[in-house]
Design a protein around this ligand. Structure first.
Ligand SMILES: *[C@@H]1O[C@H](CO)[C@@H](O)[C@H](O)[C@H]1NC(C)=O
Ligand SMILES: *[C@@H]1O[C@H](CO)[C@@H](O)[C@H](O)[C@H]1NC(C)=O
Length: 309
Protein backbone atom coordinates (compact mmCIF):
# COMPACT_ATOMS: atom_id res chain seq x y z
CA UNK A 1 0.00 0.00 0.00
CA UNK A 2 2.73 2.39 0.94
CA UNK A 3 4.56 1.69 -2.29
CA UNK A 4 1.45 2.35 -4.32
CA UNK A 5 0.68 5.51 -2.43
CA UNK A 6 4.21 6.74 -2.73
CA UNK A 7 4.59 6.04 -6.39
CA UNK A 8 1.27 7.47 -7.38
CA UNK A 9 2.17 10.67 -5.56
CA UNK A 10 5.67 10.61 -6.98
CA UNK A 11 4.26 10.14 -10.45
CA UNK A 12 2.00 13.12 -10.08
CA UNK A 13 4.86 15.25 -8.89
CA UNK A 14 7.34 14.04 -11.51
CA UNK A 15 5.58 15.93 -14.27
CA UNK A 16 6.89 19.15 -12.79
CA UNK A 17 9.61 17.72 -10.59
CA UNK A 18 12.79 19.62 -9.82
CA UNK A 19 15.69 19.08 -7.43
CA UNK A 20 16.55 20.11 -3.89
CA UNK A 21 19.33 19.34 -1.41
CA UNK A 22 18.21 17.09 1.47
CA UNK A 23 20.22 17.02 4.69
CA UNK A 24 20.19 17.81 8.38
CA UNK A 25 19.56 21.47 9.11
CA UNK A 26 17.26 22.09 6.17
CA UNK A 27 14.19 24.28 6.28
CA UNK A 28 10.96 22.62 5.10
CA UNK A 29 12.32 19.09 5.48
CA UNK A 30 8.84 17.85 6.40
CA UNK A 31 6.96 20.33 4.21
CA UNK A 32 5.67 23.80 5.00
CA UNK A 33 3.29 22.76 7.80
CA UNK A 34 5.35 22.84 11.01
CA UNK A 35 2.86 20.52 12.76
CA UNK A 36 3.56 17.70 10.27
CA UNK A 37 6.70 15.80 9.24
CA UNK A 38 5.73 14.68 5.75
CA UNK A 39 8.05 11.90 4.48
CA UNK A 40 6.87 12.31 0.88
CA UNK A 41 7.28 16.07 0.42
CA UNK A 42 8.67 18.08 -2.45
CA UNK A 43 7.81 21.52 -1.09
CA UNK A 44 11.47 22.57 -0.98
CA UNK A 45 12.05 21.35 -4.53
CA UNK A 46 10.22 23.76 -6.81
CA UNK A 47 12.23 26.48 -8.54
CA UNK A 48 11.89 30.23 -8.15
CA UNK A 49 10.74 32.24 -11.14
CA UNK A 50 9.48 35.81 -11.66
CA UNK A 51 8.92 36.38 -7.93
CA UNK A 52 9.44 39.46 -5.82
CA UNK A 53 12.59 39.44 -3.70
CA UNK A 54 10.46 39.05 -0.60
CA UNK A 55 8.88 35.92 -2.05
CA UNK A 56 11.94 34.17 -3.51
CA UNK A 57 14.23 34.89 -0.56
CA UNK A 58 14.64 31.51 1.21
CA UNK A 59 11.44 30.21 -0.45
CA UNK A 60 9.10 32.60 1.35
CA UNK A 61 6.65 32.00 -1.53
CA UNK A 62 5.81 28.57 -0.05
CA UNK A 63 6.43 29.41 3.61
CA UNK A 64 9.69 27.48 3.95
CA UNK A 65 11.50 30.37 5.63
CA UNK A 66 9.09 29.91 8.54
CA UNK A 67 9.80 26.19 9.02
CA UNK A 68 13.35 25.86 10.40
CA UNK A 69 14.91 22.54 11.40
CA UNK A 70 14.52 21.36 15.02
CA UNK A 71 16.50 23.43 17.56
CA UNK A 72 20.17 22.45 17.63
CA UNK A 73 20.01 20.63 14.30
CA UNK A 74 22.57 21.98 11.86
CA UNK A 75 24.18 21.05 8.60
CA UNK A 76 27.81 20.60 9.65
CA UNK A 77 30.52 22.15 7.50
CA UNK A 78 34.01 20.88 8.45
CA UNK A 79 36.54 23.67 7.84
CA UNK A 80 39.01 22.55 5.15
CA UNK A 81 37.03 19.34 4.73
CA UNK A 82 33.88 18.36 2.92
CA UNK A 83 30.25 17.48 3.51
CA UNK A 84 27.73 15.40 1.61
CA UNK A 85 24.05 16.03 0.93
CA UNK A 86 21.45 14.22 -1.14
CA UNK A 87 20.10 15.85 -4.29
CA UNK A 88 16.66 14.49 -5.08
CA UNK A 89 13.26 15.36 -6.49
CA UNK A 90 11.37 14.33 -3.37
CA UNK A 91 12.26 13.58 0.24
CA UNK A 92 10.85 10.07 -0.32
CA UNK A 93 13.79 9.35 -2.65
CA UNK A 94 16.42 10.10 0.03
CA UNK A 95 17.64 8.45 3.22
CA UNK A 96 15.60 11.03 5.17
CA UNK A 97 12.44 8.98 4.50
CA UNK A 98 11.33 5.34 4.68
CA UNK A 99 14.80 4.32 5.93
CA UNK A 100 16.10 5.14 2.47
CA UNK A 101 14.37 2.22 0.77
CA UNK A 102 13.33 4.28 -2.25
CA UNK A 103 16.74 5.95 -2.62
CA UNK A 104 18.94 4.94 -5.56
CA UNK A 105 22.16 6.40 -6.95
CA UNK A 106 20.03 8.95 -8.80
CA UNK A 107 17.83 11.90 -7.73
CA UNK A 108 14.71 10.32 -9.24
CA UNK A 109 14.87 6.98 -7.42
CA UNK A 110 15.44 5.15 -10.72
CA UNK A 111 18.54 3.63 -12.30
CA UNK A 112 20.39 5.08 -15.26
CA UNK A 113 23.71 4.45 -17.02
CA UNK A 114 26.66 6.47 -15.71
CA UNK A 115 27.03 8.05 -19.13
CA UNK A 116 23.33 8.90 -19.35
CA UNK A 117 23.07 11.31 -22.26
CA UNK A 118 20.36 12.63 -24.55
CA UNK A 119 22.64 14.88 -26.63
CA UNK A 120 22.85 13.89 -30.31
CA UNK A 121 23.40 17.36 -31.69
CA UNK A 122 21.45 20.61 -32.02
CA UNK A 123 17.74 20.13 -31.44
CA UNK A 124 18.20 17.25 -29.00
CA UNK A 125 15.65 16.82 -26.25
CA UNK A 126 16.87 17.10 -22.71
CA UNK A 127 17.10 14.02 -20.49
CA UNK A 128 13.71 12.54 -19.75
CA UNK A 129 14.46 13.27 -16.10
CA UNK A 130 13.53 16.88 -16.75
CA UNK A 131 14.23 17.72 -13.14
CA UNK A 132 17.96 17.65 -13.88
CA UNK A 133 17.59 20.26 -16.66
CA UNK A 134 20.45 18.77 -18.67
CA UNK A 135 21.45 16.63 -21.66
CA UNK A 136 24.23 14.83 -19.82
CA UNK A 137 26.62 15.15 -16.88
CA UNK A 138 28.98 17.69 -18.43
CA UNK A 139 26.02 19.86 -19.33
CA UNK A 140 24.79 19.96 -15.70
CA UNK A 141 25.41 23.58 -14.79
CA UNK A 142 26.74 23.30 -11.23
CA UNK A 143 25.28 23.85 -7.78
CA UNK A 144 26.67 25.83 -4.86
CA UNK A 145 26.43 26.69 -1.18
CA UNK A 146 26.53 30.10 0.46
CA UNK A 147 26.95 31.02 4.13
CA UNK A 148 25.97 34.01 6.25
CA UNK A 149 27.47 34.52 9.72
CA UNK A 150 24.07 35.58 11.01
CA UNK A 151 22.05 33.16 13.15
CA UNK A 152 18.67 34.74 12.32
CA UNK A 153 17.37 34.37 8.81
CA UNK A 154 15.91 37.89 9.04
CA UNK A 155 19.44 39.32 9.29
CA UNK A 156 20.78 37.57 6.19
CA UNK A 157 21.41 39.93 3.26
CA UNK A 158 22.77 39.57 -0.27
CA UNK A 159 25.98 41.18 1.02
CA UNK A 160 26.58 38.85 4.01
CA UNK A 161 25.59 35.64 2.20
CA UNK A 162 28.80 34.48 0.51
CA UNK A 163 29.12 31.57 -1.96
CA UNK A 164 31.75 29.29 -0.41
CA UNK A 165 31.58 26.05 -2.42
CA UNK A 166 30.80 25.10 -6.01
CA UNK A 167 30.31 21.59 -7.39
CA UNK A 168 30.67 21.33 -11.16
CA UNK A 169 28.38 19.15 -13.26
CA UNK A 170 25.67 18.85 -10.64
CA UNK A 171 22.91 18.12 -9.95
CA UNK A 172 23.63 14.68 -11.34
CA UNK A 173 23.73 11.74 -8.93
CA UNK A 174 21.94 11.71 -5.57
CA UNK A 175 25.04 11.98 -3.41
CA UNK A 176 26.85 15.28 -3.79
CA UNK A 177 30.01 16.17 -1.86
CA UNK A 178 31.07 19.80 -1.48
CA UNK A 179 34.48 21.10 -0.35
CA UNK A 180 34.70 23.64 2.48
CA UNK A 181 37.31 26.42 2.65
CA UNK A 182 39.02 27.62 5.86
CA UNK A 183 35.81 29.00 7.35
CA UNK A 184 35.83 30.53 10.82
CA UNK A 185 33.39 29.30 13.50
CA UNK A 186 29.77 30.46 13.47
CA UNK A 187 28.17 32.43 16.31
CA UNK A 188 26.62 30.32 19.12
CA UNK A 189 23.27 30.23 17.32
CA UNK A 190 24.91 28.88 14.17
CA UNK A 191 25.00 30.31 10.66
CA UNK A 192 22.45 30.42 7.86
CA UNK A 193 23.33 28.62 4.63
CA UNK A 194 21.70 28.34 1.22
CA UNK A 195 21.83 25.65 -1.47
CA UNK A 196 21.89 27.24 -4.89
CA UNK A 197 21.42 26.25 -8.53
CA UNK A 198 20.77 27.88 -11.88
CA UNK A 199 20.32 25.29 -14.69
CA UNK A 200 21.72 25.93 -18.16
CA UNK A 201 18.55 25.81 -20.22
CA UNK A 202 16.45 22.64 -20.57
CA UNK A 203 13.36 24.37 -19.24
CA UNK A 204 12.15 27.71 -17.99
CA UNK A 205 14.94 30.06 -16.94
CA UNK A 206 14.64 29.85 -13.20
CA UNK A 207 16.77 29.57 -10.07
CA UNK A 208 16.90 27.63 -6.82
CA UNK A 209 17.66 28.93 -3.32
CA UNK A 210 16.97 26.74 -0.31
CA UNK A 211 17.60 27.53 3.37
CA UNK A 212 19.61 25.60 5.98
CA UNK A 213 20.83 26.17 9.52
CA UNK A 214 24.50 25.32 9.41
CA UNK A 215 27.63 25.51 11.50
CA UNK A 216 31.34 25.19 10.88
CA UNK A 217 33.12 22.37 12.69
CA UNK A 218 36.89 22.04 13.27
CA UNK A 219 37.23 25.79 12.71
CA UNK A 220 40.70 27.18 13.34
CA UNK A 221 40.74 30.40 11.37
CA UNK A 222 39.30 33.60 12.80
CA UNK A 223 39.49 35.52 9.52
CA UNK A 224 35.99 36.70 8.64
CA UNK A 225 34.46 36.62 5.17
CA UNK A 226 34.55 39.67 2.93
CA UNK A 227 31.37 41.41 1.82
CA UNK A 228 29.88 39.58 -1.16
CA UNK A 229 29.89 41.37 -4.51
CA UNK A 230 27.36 40.72 -7.29
CA UNK A 231 28.73 38.17 -9.79
CA UNK A 232 29.17 39.16 -13.44
CA UNK A 233 28.65 36.93 -16.49
CA UNK A 234 32.16 36.64 -17.96
CA UNK A 235 32.14 33.61 -20.28
CA UNK A 236 32.80 35.98 -23.19
CA UNK A 237 35.53 37.96 -21.42
CA UNK A 238 37.50 36.56 -18.50
CA UNK A 239 38.66 40.02 -17.43
CA UNK A 240 35.08 40.83 -16.40
CA UNK A 241 34.96 37.99 -13.83
CA UNK A 242 34.48 39.24 -10.26
CA UNK A 243 37.18 37.87 -7.97
CA UNK A 244 36.76 37.21 -4.27
CA UNK A 245 33.55 36.89 -2.22
CA UNK A 246 30.51 36.73 -4.48
CA UNK A 247 26.76 36.87 -3.93
CA UNK A 248 24.34 34.18 -5.00
CA UNK A 249 22.90 34.57 -8.51
CA UNK A 250 19.54 36.35 -8.39
CA UNK A 251 18.21 35.87 -11.91
CA UNK A 252 14.90 36.02 -13.76
CA UNK A 253 12.94 37.28 -10.79
CA UNK A 254 10.47 40.16 -10.71
CA UNK A 255 12.63 42.09 -8.25
CA UNK A 256 15.98 41.71 -6.54
CA UNK A 257 17.98 40.46 -9.54
CA UNK A 258 21.74 41.02 -9.45
CA UNK A 259 22.56 39.61 -12.89
CA UNK A 260 20.94 39.83 -16.33
CA UNK A 261 21.69 37.72 -19.38
CA UNK A 262 20.08 37.53 -22.77
CA UNK A 263 17.89 34.43 -22.92
CA UNK A 264 18.76 31.59 -23.64
CA UNK A 265 22.14 32.42 -22.11
CA UNK A 266 22.01 31.49 -18.42
CA UNK A 267 24.44 32.47 -15.70
CA UNK A 268 25.60 29.60 -13.49
CA UNK A 269 27.68 28.49 -10.54
CA UNK A 270 30.69 27.80 -12.74
CA UNK A 271 33.50 29.54 -14.66
CA UNK A 272 30.94 31.51 -16.69
CA UNK A 273 30.39 33.69 -13.65
CA UNK A 274 33.90 33.52 -12.24
CA UNK A 275 33.51 30.56 -9.89
CA UNK A 276 36.19 27.91 -9.90
CA UNK A 277 35.34 24.36 -8.88
CA UNK A 278 35.43 23.41 -5.19
CA UNK A 279 36.08 25.40 -2.03
CA UNK A 280 36.20 29.14 -2.66
CA UNK A 281 39.44 30.20 -1.00
CA UNK A 282 39.40 33.87 -2.04
CA UNK A 283 36.34 34.94 -0.03
CA UNK A 284 38.06 36.20 3.12
CA UNK A 285 38.44 39.74 4.41
CA UNK A 286 41.84 41.36 4.69
CA UNK A 287 45.09 40.09 3.33
CA UNK A 288 45.17 37.05 1.10
CA UNK A 289 45.86 33.91 3.07
CA UNK A 290 47.56 30.79 1.84
CA UNK A 291 44.92 28.12 2.24
CA UNK A 292 45.99 24.73 3.59
CA UNK A 293 45.31 21.97 1.12
CA UNK A 294 42.04 20.13 1.57
CA UNK A 295 42.40 16.92 3.53
CA UNK A 296 40.25 14.10 2.32
CA UNK A 297 40.55 12.12 5.53
CA UNK A 298 39.88 14.77 8.14
CA UNK A 299 36.11 14.71 8.07
CA UNK A 300 34.85 11.22 7.50
CA UNK A 301 33.21 11.15 10.93
CA UNK A 302 30.97 14.09 10.09
CA UNK A 303 29.71 12.74 6.79
CA UNK A 304 26.01 11.97 6.51
CA UNK A 305 25.33 11.93 10.24
CA UNK A 306 21.66 11.09 9.73
CA UNK A 307 22.47 7.75 8.13
CA UNK A 308 23.70 6.46 11.46
CA UNK A 309 20.37 6.98 13.19
C1 LIG B 1 5.94 38.19 -14.05
O1 LIG B 1 5.01 38.52 -13.06
C2 LIG B 1 4.30 39.73 -13.33
C3 LIG B 1 3.48 40.09 -12.09
O2 LIG B 1 2.80 38.97 -11.60
C4 LIG B 1 3.46 39.53 -14.57
O3 LIG B 1 2.77 40.71 -14.88
C5 LIG B 1 4.39 39.17 -15.73
O4 LIG B 1 3.64 38.87 -16.88
C6 LIG B 1 5.26 37.96 -15.37
N1 LIG B 1 6.26 37.80 -16.42
C7 LIG B 1 6.59 36.59 -16.89
C8 LIG B 1 7.63 36.59 -17.95
O5 LIG B 1 6.06 35.56 -16.54
C1 LIG C 1 26.62 16.86 -23.44
O1 LIG C 1 25.75 17.89 -23.88
C2 LIG C 1 26.40 19.00 -24.44
C3 LIG C 1 25.32 19.99 -24.83
O2 LIG C 1 25.21 20.98 -23.91
C4 LIG C 1 27.23 18.62 -25.64
O3 LIG C 1 27.94 19.74 -26.11
C5 LIG C 1 28.19 17.50 -25.26
O4 LIG C 1 28.86 17.06 -26.41
C6 LIG C 1 27.40 16.36 -24.65
N1 LIG C 1 28.31 15.31 -24.23
C7 LIG C 1 28.26 14.10 -24.79
C8 LIG C 1 29.19 13.10 -24.20
O5 LIG C 1 27.51 13.83 -25.70
Amino acid sequence: MLRTALFSTALISLASAHTAAWAKGMYCRGGADPTKDEPNTRTAVDPLYNLTKQDWWFQHDRGCDLVPPPADEFLELPANGHFTVELAHNRALTTLSYNGKYATDWPDGQTHPDDWNSWTGPGSSCLDDGALHAYNETHAAGTAWAISYESELEKVTMENLVVFSVLKHTPWKRMATYQVPDLPACPDGGCICAWLWVPDGCGQGNMYMQGFKCKVTNARSTTPLAEAQPPVYCADDRTKCVKGAKQMLAWHQLTGNNIETEWPVAPGYNEKCGWKEGAQTDIFAGSKRIQPSVSSTAVSTTLMPYVKR
